[in-house]
Design a protein around this ligand. Structure first.
Ligand SMILES: [Zn+2]
Length: 461
């Protein structure tokens, strides 16, 4: 090839706009991109390129437009772009019991109100309708992954997939007869069928959820853990939530719940334990050693007056700690922005130390920390090439957000779920400009109100 031909070819490449640009499905452009990667990189302005289910690039708008052409562009100028929030502990259908019984301690609340209401009203229909309502609320407030424990979990899985949300969804195992199982053996068999049905789904991770130490015997706990291990799926449990629970465990087993579960071989690297409010240093060491993820639920813990989890100790010990809302009957919403704020305030208040949980640390809990707690940090929790495209954009235009000196401070201390503009999960836009695409908002709310009339009738409210 002559030098002249080479020169012509090079000139043509320059005219065509340099190396060919790759076509991608979606680019979110402009705004402050808080990546939550290991270096805590913030790119302002930044852009995120998405192809298929994955993030392919995170860079400046100029760099992204030089490399990619987009089929759809979301203009996020003046917004903050974040990884989708990870709710590590909830019971989605319990939105149907929102505000049904408030201002009670955990055991009174559970045994006098929630368990009886559930016994009378839990059905596949209530679970389906409740999960759609919860999904609507989560999409509208920027949650892209939720960990769930409830009954008829297959209905929750179907509703999550239909709404486009990612979930770690655990079929509940409990010792007494419940709506979807008459015995623990029934519940275990049901959980195994459910796990096989939803295994290898791109959006839903099926899981098994023995409710707690105080609602299951040793045989059932170990059978549930064994099913989790055999199928390689997470095992979700409530533990050390209240002081009463610790007293009961000490009376019965002469050990803390964490030590007892260790002594029977329950804990595994696939376990996610919710609450962990009342734990000793040895308990924390056990959880760290076993690779257990912990879900901290500050709002539920405050509302039920359960106590303040030692967040600083967990983090110092290197335990994988995430944040949860718990069910809407004990919160009473699924807004993870509020969970971040309350986590920070509770930690500061409990330690009487304003540095106890900084805004950045609270944001970590709701994103990459939650992903770690769910053992999914290779896939989600930060905006990085190769991870799943779970992305949200948040408006910073409200009076309460003006002026903005520090975007991380604003995300944690002044932002509300309602400020979320865009929610993307697995590369799919579930909400744009606050218009939810996958669910019919009017129908979802009307169905929930129709079923609420039946709940009201059943519990005499
Ligand atoms: Zn719970």
């Amino acid at each position: 090839m002559t030098r002249a031909v080479l020169f012509v070819l090079a000139a043509a490449a320059v005219v065509a706009g340099q190396p060919a640009r790759r076509s991608v499905a979606l680019v979110v452009v402009g705004g402050t991109v808080i990546t939550q990667d290991a270096a805590h990189r913030v790119i302002a302005p930044g852009a995120v390129a998405i192809a298929g289910t994955d993030i392919v690039d995170v860079d400046t708008p100029a760099a992204i437009s030089a490399k990619y052409t987009a089929n759809e562009t979301i203009d996020a100028r003046s917004e903050v772009v974040l990884p989708g929030l990870v709710n590590t502990h909830t019971h989605a259908p319990m939105v149907m019991y929102r505000g049904l019984a408030d201002d009670l301690a955990l055991m009174d609340w559970l045994q006098k109100y929630i368990f009886p209401a559930e016994a009378k009203t839990v059905s596949p229909e209530l679970v389906r309708v409740g999960t759609r309502l919860a999904a609507l609320e989560m999409i509208e407030s920027g949650t892209t992954t939720f960990a769930d424990m409830y009954y008829f979990e297959e209905e929750i899985a179907k509703a999550a997939i239909e709404a486009g949300l990612r979930g770690v969804l655990g079929q509940t195992i409990i010792q007494f007869p419940v709506a979807d199982a008459k015995t623990p053996a029934d519940a275990l068999a049901r959980a195994e069928r459910y796990i096989k049905e939803f295994k290898d789904n791109g959006l839903v991770v099926p899981a098994i959820a023995p409710h707690a130490l105080y609602t299951n015997d040793k045989t059932t706990l170990l059978a549930a853990a064994e099913i989790g291990r055999r199928h390689g799926v997470p095992v979700l449990i409530h533990f050390s939530e209240t002081e009463d629970e610790i007293k009961a465990a000490r009376d019965q087993f002469k050990m803390t719940p964490a030590a007892y579960l260790e002594s029977i071989g329950f804990w595994g690297a696939n376990t996610v334990a919710a609450h962990g409010v009342w734990v000793t240093d040895e308990d924390i060491a056990i959880l760290k050693r076993r690779g257990v993820g912990v879900a901290h639920n500050p709002e539920s813990n405050m509302k039920l007056a359960s106590g303040a989890a030692p967040v600083g100790k967990y983090l110092a010990a290197g335990v994988a700690l995430g944040l949860g809302t718990d069910g809407a009957a004990s919160n009473n919403d699924l807004d993870m922005f509020e969970a971040m704020r309350q986590a920070s305030f509770l930690a500061k208040h409990a330690a009487r130390d304003p540095t106890a949980l900084s805004a950045q640390a609270a944001l970590d809990l709701a994103t990459i920390g939650g992903a770690r707690a769910l053992h999914m940090d290779k896939l989600i929790g930060s905006l990085e090439a190769g991870k799943r495209a779970d992305v949200i954009t948040v408006s910073m235009a409200a009076a309460r957000q003006t002026p903005m000196y520090d975007p991380v401070s604003h995300i944690v201390y002044t932002t509300r779920g309602d400020d979320v503009r865009t929610t993307i999960v697995n590369g799919k836009v579930l909400m744009k400009d606050r218009q939810v695409r996958m669910l019919n908002r009017t129908t979802v709310i009307a169905d929930a109100n129709r079923l609420a009339a039946k709940v009201r009738e059943a519990v005499g409210r």
